[in-house]
Write a protein that binds this ligand. Structure first.
Ligand code: SAH
Length: 253
């Protein structure tokens, strides 16, 4: 019988928001050492320039209009490669543990007896407002930040936007909304229950990439302005007084 290869390793690597300069040194090292790389659709091409020649690279996202690979297939691919002794990197956009199912992937690997390593990345919610020169917290405008998904789990309870808006107002918190473009109308209506229409807001599409576009507006004009600017996914919406810090040069998008 053929001897079993020693089990390989799996590393979940945060690829950052797109700009390859925002990769961590750890991420670059892990990518360069990998024999198998499973890549999400939100990973910028420049990031893969660090892969070694001959590394087997598989796209598991929605590239070129193709359907994305089902989550359990991705998990199976990781497991099969690790069991075959490969050094597997699962490359995920932003940070592997901010949305994007990194938690589920880790749990499934653990169930199979593999403890993955995890390398942080710069999450899109951080890069988005920074790219416009404004901070997410500011002593005078916000004493905290909430990262929230605009696309909750199917059959899940959904986000109570009105309640979130109350907390943002009363506790002075910045709202950073991922995956919110498709439900922007509902998000805007919910937030307007407690936040004033002139609350500053920004939408940043493809933050940190050469194709980045944005609009800087108010909560009351959010939907109208993001449609007028033709913005779509992937984008981050930021709502709160900190948006006042956006450099004037960006204000028109
Ligand atoms: N793990 C990722 C988030 C995955 S969820 C992270 O930490 O960034 C996917 C959502 O992330 C997108 O719908 C969008 O809201 C956001 N996103 C990812 N990359 C982005 C980018 N370059 N610019 C703006 N939003 C981005």
């Amino acid at each position: 019988m053929k001897p079993m290869p020693p089990p390989g390793q799996v590393t979940l690597v945060g690829a950052g928001p797109g700009d390859p300069e925002l990769l961590t040194l750890k991420a670059v090292r892990a990518i360069a050492a990998a024999s198998v790389i499973l890549v999400d659709d939100l990973v910028g091409d420049g990031v893969l320039a660090h892969a070694r020649p001959g590394a087997r690279i598989t796209y598991v996202g929605k590239r070129g209009g193709c359907r994305s690979t089902p989550q359990d297939t991705i998990e199976q691919l990781m497991l099969d490669a690790a069991r075959a002794g490969e050094n597997v990197v699962r490359l995920k956009g932003g940070d592997p543990f901010i949305f994007g199912r990194g938690g589920e992937e880790v749990e499934s690997l653990r169930r199979a007896g593999i403890e993955p390593a995890v390398v942080n990345g710069v999450t899109a919610g951080l890069a988005a407002l920074t790219s416009l020169g404004a901070p997410l917290t500011h002593r005078e405008h916000a004493q905290g930040v909430i990262f929230v998904t605009g696309h909750p789990q199917k059959d899940g309870p959904g986000v109570d936007w009105a309640r979130l808006a109350e907390s943002a107002r009363d506790l002075r918190l910045t709202l950073v909304i991922y995956m919110g473009i498709g439900s922007a109308a509902g998000i805007q209506a919910g937030l307007l229950a407690a936040l004033a229409p002139d609350t500053p807001a920004a939408v940043i599409e493809r933050a940190s990439l050469p194709a980045q576009r944005q609009c800087v507006t108010t909560l009351g004009a959010l939907l109208q302005d993001l449609r007028a600017a033709g913005l779509g996914s992937p984008a981050i919406m930021v709502v709160g007084d900190v948006v006042r810090g956006v450099a004037a040069v960006h204000a028109r998008g």
